[in-house]
Design a protein around this ligand. Structure first.
Ligand code: HEM
Length: 394
């Protein structure tokens, strides 16, 4: 199973390296880079090959499943992630990209079914979070199928965009639910347990509402009946977000100081995400309509500052080298990238000076993240080579 975790780290570096090139291409011309092709290769590989592969490997481990069928399913995820990277980089949403994407939906079906079967009968609260995470993948697959149907029937572009947003939101929801479950276990094992009552209540609250927020940020969506619903959901989600941040903060008191800082930086990024999403419910979506950078800012705050940082902490722990120092540098890079994008959003929507500086800052922040993750991966791989898999597990 460790091999899958190491492969997910390799895919993280490959696809964030490409993300860095994309960032550079937004400031200076980058020869040979087809932006739209690279963009799809970047986002799909990070969703499937980084976060989803690492999460599902940890999910299966949590329920003690590492049998041949599980390993075959995880190999399928690796194969489909690599194929997605190559196909999108080569020809974007051409025929190969569409074919690989379509086949990836089948792979998710297999992985989720297998996980739900292996988790059957488990009553632990953290496993309940993982189960909801798996169901979120099912909803994401449904959204992707709806997108295909809308493309084939050439329906209104707005509904196509809504289907893409639904896919991105529910797949990111899978990351968030999965991470809460894995974090609950991680903290309990380190003598820093979360308050179970709050955690159970948060699960009930977040499960229906998270999926409903997908129209936020889609231009024109507020005029559909889904718009007001997404606003109400975003506002209502403030309550579980506040409880979660407080719960995490308080439990982290019992951790060693650098790990505590990493956990608290994840809590801060989560709180910022909740504030921005509430802002979106009260009109910040207008920013998204006039500046794509606003959407990219929120997306990367969540995917890098919450999902990747938390996952890297769990992976480091699992592979025997937590490296919280490198993770703090990762979080610093995310903060610089976010500040840069904020400047760009201000420049494009309110005429602030410094738009170009913001683009360079976003690039510099991205470079710091890639460098920190590179060091962390090198440390983990070196340890694995020196000690062998069984020693790394100990
Ligand atoms: C250092 C790390 C990263 C850098 C430098 C980076 C850079 C970028 C850039 C430049 C864009 C395009 C922006 C635009 O079109 O204006 C982008 C889009 C995107 N990135 Fe990243 N990214 C990073 C990490 C990640 C991670 C970890 C994930 C997911 C787990 C991710 C998912 C996405 C998604 C979903 C999009 C939007 C794709 C679309 O609209 O089609 N990125 N990224």
């Amino acid at each position: 199973m460790e091999r899958f975790l190491r492969l997910s780290l390799g895919l993280l570096l490959l696809a964030t390296g490409l993300g860095l090139l994309l960032r550079l291409a937004l400031v200076v011309p980058v020869p040979f880079l087809v932006f739209s092709h690279a963009l799809h290769a970047h986002s799909h590989t990070l969703y499937f090959g980084w976060a989803a592969l690492a999460l599902f490997t940890l999910f299966f481990e949590r329920v003690g499943a590492s049998d041949a069928a599980v390993r075959r399913a995880l190999w399928l995820v690796v194969a489909v992630s690599l194929a997605t990277f190559v196909a999108f980089l080569h020809s974007g949403y051409g025929r190969p990209g569409v074919l690989v994407s379509a086949s990836s939906l089948g792979v998710w079906g297999v992985v989720v079914t297998l996980f739900l079967r292996r988790a059957r009968g488990r009553r632990e609260l953290d496993v309940a979070w993982l189960r909801v995470a798996a169901w979120y993948v099912v909803v994401a697959v449904g959204a992707a199928l709806a997108r295909v149907a809308l493309l084939v029937t050439k329906q209104d572009a707005l509904w196509g965009q809504l289907a893409v947003a639904a896919f991105l939101t529910t797949f990111a929801g899978f990351f968030l639910f999965g991470l809460v479950g894995l974090f609950a276990r991680f903290l309990a094992e380190r003598g820093a347990p979360l308050d179970e009552r709050l955690l159970r209540w948060q699960l009930w609250w977040m499960t229906p509402l998270t999926a409903l927020t997908f129209p936020l940020g889609v231009p024109g969506a507020m005029q559909t009946p889904l718009g007001p619903l997404s606003r109400v959901a975003a506002v209502a989600l403030v309550v579980p977000a506040a409880l979660w941040v407080a719960n995490l903060w308080s439990a982290s008191r019992h951790l060693a100081s650098t790990v505590r800082l990493v956990v608290r930086s994840v809590a801060v990024a989560w709180a910022l995400k909740a504030i921005l999403e509430t802002g979106a419910a009260f009109g910040l979506t207008a920013l998204a309509a006039s500046s794509r950078h606003a959407v990219i800012l929120l997306l990367h705050l969540v995917l890098l500052g919450v999902v990747s940082a938390a996952l890297l902490l769990l992976l480091g722990q699992r592979l025997g080298r937590p490296s919280p120092g490198a993770l703090l540098v990762h979080q610093f890079g995310v903060a610089v990238m976010t500040a840069g994008l904020l400047l760009v959003v201000g420049a494009t929507t309110a005429g602030w000076p410094g738009g170009r500086l913001g683009l360079w800052l976003a690039f510099a922040g991205g470079a710091v993240v890639v460098a920190a993750d590179g060091v962390l991966t090198a440390l983990l791989l070196r340890r694995a080579v020196h000690l062998g898999p069984s020693a790394a597990r100990r």
